[in-house]
Design a protein around this ligand. Structure first.
Ligand code: ASN
Ligand code: ZN
Ligand code: CA
Length: 343
């Protein structure tokens, strides 16, 4: 017989977390039938061999098993611990989209995805792949990055799957920056949604995975994206020439300003400072409204070729639908875009 059984796991970054496993015979599998059959497997330090998107061979995803449904030790010497983080990341991402936005899975069809951890050797990346409908996580090189299985990274990467099934923003130029920013915005909102005391919400991306050799506190900083040394705080006509992880800065900055407003503040012990590009002072409307507006803009109004001007229009249309054209929320969206040089 096969049945679902609630267990728990000791993660690398998020403390002890609940997990739903599948009992098959006398062995538990790290597979969650309550969330579309989402499972996590071991890539055994192998890599995919893909050419122009066609994969000749793929690293495995041998599902993790356990004898007592208490997974991992919380130490990276144990292969299951990163799997706990990855499975937990998919759980929180699934629950965020379902409970907050009414979206049933990444594709909206109730189907789960799967995760591979321990991909390659010292691999400093994580990525979503539409063709396998799966997530892949490296262990990091230990100098710049550790295992890439943190909540915001999981939310970021799986949001690439949501974007692909909705607006399908082309991954270059301004639309590519908006694609990346969508992942940072929703990934951050997943981290806030999880409300995990070991990994509290913030407006930093990847703060749990960076190591001292990286030299910065996070991969990206939404309050002032230029803190990473590369990202744009403000729109300019050449912003689309930047790498998509840097042109995203304009929309990340917009999102921070829309949620929290301009100026300096400290939240959950993290200090932010978010100057505007037009010397205006803007007030925030909170994270929940940011998420509602961005998700509606992404799923109803944005298309593959949406640029920054189009993102302003799309989010204003979403705010109009949700709150009305004369609402303070509608006004705040326009003010936050103007504050980053859009419109
Ligand atoms: N971690 C990178 C990203 O999500 C990997 C990629 O697919 N480009 O942007
Ligand atoms: Zn990305
Ligand atoms: Ca974060």
């Amino acid at each position: 017989s096969v049945e679902t059984a609630t267990g728990d796991g000791k993660s690398l970054y998020s403390g002890t977390v609940p997990l739903e496993a599948t009992l098959s015979g006398s062995t538990y599998q790290l597979k969650d039938a309550t969330r579309g059959g989402t499972y996590t497997g071991d890539a055994a330090n192998k890599t995919d061999l893909c050419i122009l998107g066609i994969c000749i061979s793929r690293a495995p995803s041998t599902v993790f098993t356990d004898t007592d449904n208490h997974w991992g030790t919380g130490a990276s010497s144990d292969r299951s611990s990163a799997a706990v983080d990855a499975q937990y990341g998919t759980n929180e991402t699934w629950d965020y989209y379902k409970n907050v936005h009414g979206r049933n899975g990444i594709a909206g069809d109730g189907k789960g995805s799967y995760n591979r951890v321990h991909y390659g050797n010292s691999y400093n990346n994580a990525f979503w792949d539409d063709t396998c409908f799966c997530m892949t996580y490296g262990d990091g090189d230990g100098t710049q990055l550790g295992p890439l299985v943190a909540l915001d990274v999981a939310g970021h990467e799986m949001t690439h799957g949501v974007t692909s099934k909705t607006a399908a923003l082309t991954y270059s130029g301004e639309s590519g920056g908006l694609n990346e920013a969508t992942s940072d915005i929703m990934g951050t909102l997943v981290e806030w949604y999880a409300n995990n005391s070991s990994d509290l919400g913030d407006y930093l991306i990847g703060e749990k995975i960076v190591r001292s050799g990286f030299g910065k506190a996070a991969l990206r900083f939404m309050d002032q994206p230029s803190k990473d040394g590369n990202s744009a705080d403000c729109w300019s006509s050449s912003v689309g020439n930047l790498d998509v992880h840097y042109s995203s800065g304009v929309a990340n900055h917009f999102a921070y300003l829309l949620a929290e407003g301009s100026g300096a503040k400290t939240i959950n012990g993290v200090s932010y400072n978010s100057p505007t590009c037009n010397s205006s002072s803007v007030s925030g409307i909170g994270r929940d409204k940011l998420g509602a507006i961005w998700y509606r803009a992404l799923t109803v109004y944005m298309t593959s070729s949406t640029n920054y001007a189009g993102a302003r229009t799309a989010t204003l249309s979403a705010a109009k639908d949700l709150y009305g054209v004369g609402s303070s929320e509608y006004g705040a969206v326009g003010a936050a875009w103007s504050a980053v040089g859009v419109g």
